[in-house]
Design a protein around this ligand. Sequence first.
Ligand code: CP
Length: 304
Amino acid sequence: MKHFISVEDLSPESMYQLFSLAESLETKKIRPKWEDYFAVNVFLEPSTRTRHSFQMAEQKLGINVLNATNEDCSMTKGESLLDTIKTFEALGAHFAVIRQSETGALQSLADHISLPIINAGDGTGEHPTQSLLDLYTIYKEFGTFHQLKVTIAGDIKHSRVARSNAYMLKKLGAHIQFAAKPAFREPERESDYLSMDEAVKDSDVLMLLRIQHERHDCAHHDADYLTQYGLTLDREKQMKDHAIILHPAPVNRGVEIEGSLVESQRSRIFKQMTNGVHIRMALIHHILKEEYTYENSFQERQAT
Ligand code: CP
């Protein structure tokens, strides 16, 4: 795997290998050092978790980090994303982590560049490293995906997290279902929807989503969204004993989830963020090893 643009780039076998590598990195069984390597993190949409999680992962691996945002790079002067990334490649970066708002744009970028690209979220397209950390969190909890009932609840239609997770969880043998108000559903999946009251009783994993106001054509502000479609205190009491709550965050407390449930015993919301650093370390280590270690040893062999 040279680039990581979509969860479809990763086989289930490779994903399990990344989980194992993430565990080894977390427990410091292996301590890779990439001191001579440079990452560039290009974030053209706001981000707290993904951007700083990548930076943390990179620095823990010893990688030098360059950062670019739409406030401080020459894209504001009309430079294209392709030329921006080619510039960082020319400067000596070894891979780029990119978040931007155009759905699907990173695939065509990757087709025109040799620098490995990691998708940190593209419009309503995909958020594959969020999916990796969500799946890693579920795997650590249950040790399997087979037959697990996972409900993804909230603004499914505009969520790149829902898209990546639904694809990968299904491939891994989980049973996926959705809960959403009608305007937030994807019509082609209508038969897979259930009410939030049904979802809480039926799920092993309840994955909540933020309303993606920034991606809506018209305003959606429901005063009763929490009671109609969200996770209230009453609904949480009806969840199975072992069931857990996930949320990619940022969380809008009191909208998709009652605020106090973010810190409840079932919640893995902050654990997801911690797991995100380790799984991103594993992903970066894997990509660098495939891209550069092999190439270097190949070049060395050619030179002798
Ligand atoms: N989960 C996530 O992508 O959060 P940020 O937008 O803060 O990166």
